[in-house]
Design a protein around this ligand. Structure first.
Ligand SMILES: [Zn+2]
Length: 303
């Protein structure tokens, strides 16, 4: 239609523009939501259907690529041949993968357990695909091998449940919706900017909630994995106590964003142990070797 240009221009001048923007925004939102909803995979270990936009091989590659950067950020990796703490981290991590349901995961040959030399940061991380890290700051506060198994079991729980890949799919959805709100509300005034800010905030809050759920799920799997590998799961309660003490003088928002308050997790773990072991934890489950200020004392039973 040769005259359509002038026709449309006339319309948008009379307020047709905002409608077109709304349609554009709606299309963006629908594409974002559809991409999120239709890209699902069934987890081979948990049987859960998850919204994930990458393959297992992509997760493995991403984790391996990001591992050196993670290490560099935390003072570098301490090698197992030079540091007995690093040797224990690797040994306990591998035992859990070998002896628990994590052995049925597609990441089984790809797990690596690293001790990061940062003595200040008290934390542990997992990259997608099986790269697991614990800082010396956390390791040196642990009192026995079972507590270490609890920390590593929790991180293995994140890997097996593909939490990072899930978060990445969610944040892509969030970005699409934020963009959609921005397009829909863009009128060149403050209203548009406000709407964008609100959308970003909503996005943040939903992710916060999701990661709290992820933390609880990783705790549940961690407890199961450590018990299957011969460790006393009540040691996870001690880990929470250690984290709680640590958070007392250290309540930054980032910490709260990635870890629910240890009190909440402590209660959840207590309830879980109560229902799993109503008659107490079987005596065959062990606290393992004693740790003292980062030193490894004694030997693991049966070795
Ligand atoms: Zn976690």
């Amino acid at each position: 239609m040769s005259y359509s240009g002038g026709f449309d221009d006339a319309y948008s001048a009379r307020g047709r523009g905002p409608n077109l923007r709304l349609i554009g925004a709606l299309i963006l939102a629908v594409i974002g939501i559809a991409m999120y909803l239709f890209e699902t995979q069934v987890n081979p270990v948990t049987g859960k259907r998850q919204h994930i936009a990458m393959s297992v091989d992509q997760e493995k590659a991403l984790g391996l690529q990001a591992a050196p950067e993670m290490a560099a950020k935390m003072g570098g990796v301490l090698g197992p041949d030079r540091d007995p703490r690093a040797a224990l981290v690797s040994e306990v991590g591998r035992r859990i993968v070998r002896d628990s349901d994590a052995s049925r995961s597609p990441y089984v040959g790809n797990f690596h357990f690293y001790l990061l030399s940062d003595p200040e940061t008290v934390n542990a991380f997992a990259l997608p695909g099986g790269q697991v890290f614990i800082t010396a700051g956390l390791f040196d506060r642990l009192e026995n091998e079972a507590q270490l198994a609890g920390v590593l079991g929790h991180e293995i729980g994140h890997v097996v449940n593909r939490h990072t890949a899930e978060q990445m799919a969610k944040s892509r959805l969030g970005q699409m919706l934020t963009l959609a709100v921005g397009v829909g509300a863009s009128g060149g005034d403050d209203r548009g900017r406000n709407a964008q800010m609100i959308a970003a905030l909503v996005n943040q809050v939903t992710q916060l909630r999701f990661s709290r759920d992820d933390e609880s799920e990783a705790d549940r799997f961690g407890i199961q994995f450590m018990a299957q590998s011969g460790y006393d799961p009540t040691a996870m309660l001690d880990v929470m106590r250690i984290l709680k003490e640590e958070s007392k003088g250290n309540r930054q928002p980032e910490f709260l964003a990635t870890h629910p308050l240890p009190e909440t997790r402590l209660e959840e773990i207590q309830a879980l142990l109560q229902s799993e072991y109503p008659n107490g934890v079987p005596p065959s489950l062990s606290k393992g070797r004693t740790l003292e200020g980062g030193r490894v004392l004694g030997r693991f039973r049966g070795e």
